[in-house]
Design a protein around this ligand. Structure first.
Ligand SMILES: CC(C)(COP(=O)(O)OP(=O)(O)OC[C@H]1O[C@@H](n2cnc3c(N)ncnc32)[C@H](O)[C@@H]1OP(=O)(O)O)[C@@H](O)C(=O)NCCC(=O)NCCS
Length: 180
């Protein structure tokens, strides 16, 4: 699809909604029988990418995973359900929200165990940035998440700038140490 055509497309949040369910097996757990944090982040990344693919309809890479809350442990044998949707689309990037629940298979009880925000960037097969379609928030919750995503982007941009300055200062310091 050519760039001008992509620019005219508007997609709804509902069209990006994605879901994944996993059963937690021994390989996914630590010595206490709880789901490993890194494994949970992997599931979150995959479910987030599904929403980003549905919005961009191109390749996506994870640029950032921020604000992840591990609220409760997930136990061996639980059913994990992850739901994602795009909160806001920018130029080539999209913020995706992922929410995770665990179901105890014996009691049927379902609890919210984690939430995360991720940024995915759309690229072509050569890794070149791609413009993503506009996202149309429709419900009051979607409109609120759309506004919040802009605030989080501004925060991320400030943090990116701060870290880049810090890296430059460290590199300059290291270079001066080598010379002395
Ligand atoms: C993400 C990546 C493509 C950005 O490329 P870049 O040349 O730095 O691009 P830019 O600085 O021009 O930013 C491009 C977009 O990415 C966003 N972005 C880049 N780094 C980001 C970060 N750390 N957090 C959030 N957004 C980020 C920018 O805000 C911009 O969004 P916009 O086009 O909607 O305004 C590049 O850093 C990359 O390839 N990173 C590795 C990704 C990866 O391997 N992920 C894990 C496996 S999928």
């Amino acid at each position: 699809m050519s760039e001008p055509d992509r620019d005219r497309i508007v997609r709804t949040v509902a069209s990006t909604q994605s879901e994944m369910t996993e059963i937690i097996l021994p390989n996914d757990t630590n010595t206490l029988g709880n789901l490993l944090g890194g494994r949970l982040m992997h599931f979150i990344d995959l479910t987030g990418a599904m929403a980003a693919y549905r919005h961009s309809r191109t390749h996506v890479v994870t640029a950032a995973m921020d604000h992840i809350d591990f609220i409760r442990p997930v136990r061996l044998g639980d059913l994990l359900t992850l739901k994602s949707s795009v909160n806001r689309a920018f130029t080539s990037s999209m913020e995706v929200g992922v929410k995770v629940w665990a179901e105890n298979t014996r009691t049927g009880g379902v609890v919210h165990v984690a939430s995360a925000y991720l940024v995915f960037v759309a690229v072509d097969e050569h890794g070149r940035l791609q413009t993503v379609p506009e996202l149309l928030p429709e419900t009051p919750d979607e409109i609120r998440r759309h506004a919040d995503a802009l605030r989080r982007r501004e925060h991320r941009e400030r943090e990116r700038l701060r870290q880049s300055r810090e890296r430059e200062a460290t590199a300059a310091h290291d270079a001066s140490q080598v010379r002395n």
